[in-house]
Design a binder for this molecule. Structure first.
Ligand SMILES: *[C@@H]1O[C@H](CO)[C@@H](O)[C@H](O)[C@H]1NC(C)=O
Ligand SMILES: *[C@@H]1O[C@H](CO)[C@@H](O)[C@H](O)[C@H]1NC(C)=O
Length: 519
């Protein structure tokens, strides 16, 4: 049976790329000043108006106490409470040690996961490729754990398998937030905003008191929030982006600067267009004295060009704290109105928009969906042939999107890869490596076979998705094999690790000649 990654974020097709003129009333400097001002105002409002909303101590994990308001309780809509641990973490508050650009930039790459051993696989792959791509900065797995036993097991795993790769690879344990709603259901994706918020407060020492840039010594750090099923192919460095029209979505409302700055975060375009606004109801999520929200008053161009983003999200730590604080407040309420997978992502967009933090929207940070040509980094590789994308070293670094997001099934001929296919024992001594595709795979096939069938069922593929499928197969399979090989080289002492490349989904990988005839 085909599992089309139904719990992952598929790119939706055909985003409207912003073409309409509008907005542009403020210079970027004015805009940034406003942004900082509003950010501070919102935080202040939070403190003074939401304090009473504390309710429901929900975690059974001693790492932190966390409160939240339930949507059915008395606090005003949007007042999902804050964790109000006012703590003085740092004596050097006010001293911004890091520059915003150049070699000294402090990066925090983070990704949010659950705590079960099942999630160690993707996390290991993530860490391995952060190491291999030489991503600067700290890389932190933020893991939501249900209790001490689970947390201790994960700590031990991290120490044994991840820490030896780099002292910059960290683990941050938070409570599990997947059951914060009282309806008895579990929503794993609540963990992303809540855990990231927990990390900012507990690892970076953010508190609601930190309103102005400089109040926390990490304010100039750049936070990059990724998904765990992403692989960094080209690292983010020096806080400087490619200035290339294939990388960015057209924008009329604000300039695209070539870096992240205070008031100028960035994110990858996702194809959900304006649904983050139209499928939700911001008036329920914010305190009444913050209405009307900017989400309601912004122009259409402003709405279209700046907020339809997803991971990797990138912002200065100062801005990220503003966003993530709102994001976690909004998300349970967004989920009431829109009880679907994307609620969590819409919550981010609303948080950014309500905080007036328009994002520079990149198409080229990521590739994931072979059919999502206009939304992703595929056009960066337009000039390369279907053979080039399977030839190691053929694609220049500046034509390579930063991230490969393996949230779908990729297939050509009898080669197929998808994250749900990989056995959990893949990182082990006994399991074989994956069978790698030949470099001419994209030239040979414009069809694939359905895996897991008794009969050979051939399906044709439309021409535009052949090269992307070839790219994915020729990169992702070796990426997984490299990580597994590294694992075997370091953890199979006294055993003979299996490095045969025999893991595949068809016993006979040969394709009979008659299948080529009708093409
Ligand atoms: C990016 O490139 C465009 C045109 O190629 C140029 O007008 C713009 O100034 C550049 N931006 C930066 C920040 O270098
Ligand atoms: C949005 O929420 C407000 C306040 O709860 C409510 O009055 C309004 O009818 C809602 N709008 C929609 C379209 O559901």
């Amino acid at each position: 049976m085909v599992r089309r990654a139904n719990n992952s974020r598929r790119q939706l097709k055909n985003p409207r790329s912003g073409g309409q003129k509008g907005g542009g009333l403020l210079t970027s400097t004015q805009f940034m000043m406003l942004t900082v001002g509003f950010g501070a105002l919102f935080l202040a409002l939070n403190i003074y108006h939401l304090m009473p909303a504390a309710g429901l101590v929900l975690n059974n994990n001693p790492v932190a106490s966390t409160t939240t308001a339930d949507e059915g309780e008395s606090p005003p809509p949007g007042a999902a409470a804050q964790e109000r641990k006012i703590q003085s973490v740092d004596s050097s508050v006010g001293a911004l040690s890091s520059p915003l650009r150049g070699d000294g930039v402090q990066y925090h790459v983070v990704f949010s996961t659950g705590c079960s051993p099942k999630q160690n696989f993707q996390s290991y792959i993530f860490f391995f490729h952060a190491m291999k791509s030489q991503q600067p900065g700290k890389v932190t797995r933020i893991a939501a754990c249900e209790g001490d036993t689970e947390a201790d097991a994960l700590r031990a795993h991290h120490k044994e398998f991840v820490e030896p790769m780099s002292p910059n690879f960290l683990l941050h344990i938070t409570p599990d937030y997947s059951r914060i709603k009282k309806d008895g259901n579990t929503y794993h994706y609540f963990n992303k905003p809540f855990s990231t918020h927990h990390w900012m407060e507990n690892a970076l020492g953010y508190t609601p008191k930190h309103k102005n840039v400089g109040d926390n010594k990490h304010d100039n750090a750049i936070v990059i929030l990724c998904d765990p099923d992403q692989v960094i192919m080209r690292p983010f460095t020096k806080n400087t982006f490619l200035n290339n029209s294939k990388v960015w979505m057209k924008r009329t409302t604000h300039p695209i600067i070539d870096h992240v700055d205070h008031g100028a975060p960035a994110g990858q375009l996702y194809g959900f267009q304006d649904q983050w606004k139209t499928k939700t109801n911001i008036t329920r999520y914010v305190p009444k004295d913050e209405l009307p929200s900017y989400v309601q008053t912004m122009s259409d161009a402003e709405m279209r060009e700046n907020y339809a983003v997803g991971p990797p999200y990138m912002a200065t730590a100062h801005d990220f704290y503003t966003i993530v604080t709102r994001w976690k407040d909004f998300v349970p309420l967004v989920h009431d109105d829109y009880p679907h997978l994307l609620a969590e992502m819409f919550g981010y967009c609303l948080a950014a928009a309500h905080s007036r933090l328009p994002h520079q929207v990149a198409k080229g940070f990521m590739i994931s969906d072979v059919a999502s040509f206009g939304n992703e980094g595929w056009p960066m590789m337009e000039k390369y042939t279907v053979r080039d994308v399977c030839t190691p070293g053929a694609i220049a670094p500046q034509d390579t999107p930063n991230i490969l997001h393996y949230c779908q099934r990729y297939t050509l001929g009898k080669f197929v890869i998808g994250k749900h296919r990989i056995p959990l024992t893949f990182l082990g001594c006994e399991d074989p490596l994956l069978t790698e595709p030949p470099p001419d795979i994209g030239e040979r096939f414009n069809f694939f076979f359905e895996p897991d069938r008794k009969e050979e069922v051939k399906k044709n593929l439309p021409q535009p998705v052949i090269k992307p499928n070839a790219y994915m197969l020729c990169h992702l399979i070796p990426y997984l094999n490299e990580a597994a090989t590294y694992w075997k080289d370091h953890h199979c002492e006294g055993k003979t690790p299996n490095k045969e490349k025999t893991l595949k989904w068809f016993d006979n990988m040969e394709v009979a000649p008659h299948f080529f005839e009708d093409n």
